[in-house]
Design a protein around this ligand. Structure first.
Ligand code: SAH
Length: 233
């Protein structure tokens, strides 16, 4: 279960395993989450790359919000650090012009291809192996980046999310990114310094299954924040 909180007046607090109050839009968000539940995660996660699968409810919330903002239709969607494809496939199910999923590790990309077959999305996804911090792509036309980058929590990987944001600022006119809680000051100042503006932010908390040896608890709660940034550069 995840709780989703929006900042400011629009605050909502909803457990996403129950039906949201009213509305076609909300039921289509839960339908998206249900579709994404079959997306398999990392078979053999690599701790130094901070690999974990975004929960389907959070992915559906992010993609649905982007769709309502007009950031999916008629656009190229790039998922930086796509892993096994959760966010890329969520976007592909909403039928954008094209979707690219990029990851540095070939193992999850193979799982992503299998996941694409299972999800049977409207738009095909191009899976690309590459380093998201080296600006490997130059998509034409309106481009939305969606990403759950490494938080930079592992030593040797500090500020990994900054490098991913840098790439977003160069290839996209809008991005949605998931960061660990408490990143708002960093994200807002990074955006301001790079021709961007944070237009929306919401918090999400979710449980990660026990997956790495250095996690002592059986489950770990992650407090995350999602930011929508418009880039003018
Ligand atoms: N987006 C997926 C996976 C998130 S985990 C999901 O939401 O489920 C972070 C991902 O970033 C991992 O798949 C990891 O392999 C990838 N990654 C880490 N460093 C990278 C880099 N420099 N370039 C591209 N991908 C990277």
């Amino acid at each position: 279960m995840i709780g989703v909180y929006l900042y400011g007046d629009e605050r909502e607090h909803r457990s996403t395993d129950g039906a949201a109050p009213g509305g076609v839009a909300m039921s289509s968000k839960s339908a998206l989450a249900q579709r994404l539940a079959i997306v398999a995660g990392f078979e053999d996660p690599n701790v130094s790359l901070e690999q974990y699968r975004t929960p389907p409810e959070l992915a559906a919330h992010l993609v649905h919000t982007a769709d309502l903002q007009g950031d999916i239709e008629d656009r190229t969607i790039v998922d930086l650090g796509c892993g096994t494809g959760m966010l890329a496939l969520g976007a592909a199910l909403r039928g954008p012009t094209q979707v690219v999923g990029l990851d540095i590790d070939p193992a999850p990309l193979a799982t992503a291809r299998d996941n694409e077959r299972k999800v049977a999305s409207a738009t095909e996804v191009e899976w690309v192996r590459g380093d998201a911090t080296q600006v490997p792509l130059g998509p034409d036309g309106p481009t939305t980046v969606i990403m759950n980058p490494p938080f930079g929590a592992q030593s040797g990987n500090e500020h990994a999310d900054r490098a991913f944001l840098e790439t977003a600022s160069e290839i996209a006119d809008v991005s949605y990114s998931i960061h660990n809680a408490g990143s708002d000051a960093f994200v807002e100042s990074f955006a301001a310094d790079n021709g961007g503006e944070v237009t929306h932010a919401f918090r999400a908390e979710f449980e990660l299954p026990h997956q790495y040896d250095h996690h002592t608890e059986e489950q770990r709660t992650v407090d995350a924040e999602v930011f929508r940034i418009e880039w003018s550069g």
